[in-house]
Design a protein around this ligand. Structure first.
Ligand code: NAP
Length: 265
């Protein structure tokens, strides 16, 4: 009799969103697979355990996306370019690291618009911003990067063929899409606004990659200005769908996974 297959996530502060989406996906396809979020303090031990126990896949979250890389047997080219791994696939003990955040960011926006030649202001230059900027750049968007630490904006801009700028110097009339890819607005981190919403209009699409809370103060303010808003849960869904496909080699049942995410809210 075939044994059930186990996947999971390694994070310092596990949340239930990944398990809800992946388990709903397994059920929708009738797979005897199970996904468990693990609270991890030592990522090297967790990776060893993955090999020992034969976990098929693991999602990697804060703060291990970079430190996990040297522990793996191979790194996919995209993840190497971004310098971060959010997904490990275990094939008979051979562990390969991938990054699906960049796919999630691009697909979340593509639900609302095309990206080619769109002028996008990316706020932030941390790990998630790097993934989002890479994805949008590959889809042909024209990026401006702004970050509290300007040198990091410059480094990211040169990596994705974009320009770095100071926020006050950006002409929002020459921007189509604003993506908050900082942790500003995340509950427990900061309830400040990453950009003065009075600079937005009904011509803008405002996306927040923060998904806790689901409707951040900035998204609510952007919506009040008439902007089209996209919440961080859409990126979360699409990056999970890409992980699901890597683990199972099946197309992710997006509707079932989205419904599971919605049921948590
Ligand atoms: P990170 O690497 O620590 O980067 C944090 C970013 O936020 C940096 O650009 C940092 O600027 C900026 N920042 C932090 N506090 C700030 C403040 N008070 N004022 C201005 N800028 C500030 O974190 P990350 O991994 O990129 O994650 C960022 C957010 O994305 C988190 O909320 C995370 O939950 C979310 N996320 C969402 C998804 C999704 O699927 N929706 C996926 C991944 C991450 P400095 O460089 O100046 O420090």
């Amino acid at each position: 009799m075939a044994l059930p297959i186990l996947c999971g996530s390694f994070s310092l502060h596990p949340v239930s969103t990944g398990a809800a989406m992946h388990n709903a996906g397994y059920r929708a396809l009738g797979l005897d697979w199970h996904y468990v979020p693990f609270a991890v303090t030592n990522i090297a031990e967790a990776v060893d355990a993955m090999r020992t126990l034969g976990l098929r896949g693991a999602g990697i979250s804060y703060p291990f996306k970079e430190s996990v890389m040297p522990l793996l047997d191979a790194i996919d080219d995209d993840a190497a370019t971004m310098g971060a791994v959010n997904t490990i696939v275990n094939t008979d003990g051979h562990l390969v690291g991938y990054n699906t955040d960049w796919i999630g960011g691009a697909r979340a926006l593509q639900e609302a618009t095309t990206l080619r030649n769109k002028r996008v202001l990316v706020l932030g230059a941390g790990g998630a911003a790097r993934a989002v900027a890479t994805g949008l750049s590959r889809e042909g968007a024209v990026l401006t990067i702004v970050n509290r630490t300007y040198e990091k904006a410059q480094a990211l801009a040169s990596a994705v063929h974009a320009r770095a700028a100071y926020l006050d110097a950006v002409d929002l009339d020459a921007i189509d899409i604003v993506v908050n890819a900082t942790s500003v607005g995340m509950s427990g981190v900061s309830d400040a606004l990453p950009l003065d919403p009075s600079r937005l209009s009904a011509n803008h699409i405002a996306m927040d990659i923060v998904y806790k809370p689901l409707r951040t103060p900035w998204l609510l303010a952007a919506s009040a200005r008439g902007a089209t808003i996209i919440g961080g849960e859409r990126m979360l869904l699409h990056q999970a769908a890409a992980q699901f496909a890597l683990y199972t080699r099946r197309e992710a049942p997006l509707a079932a996974m989205a419904a599971a995410l919605t049921s948590l809210q």
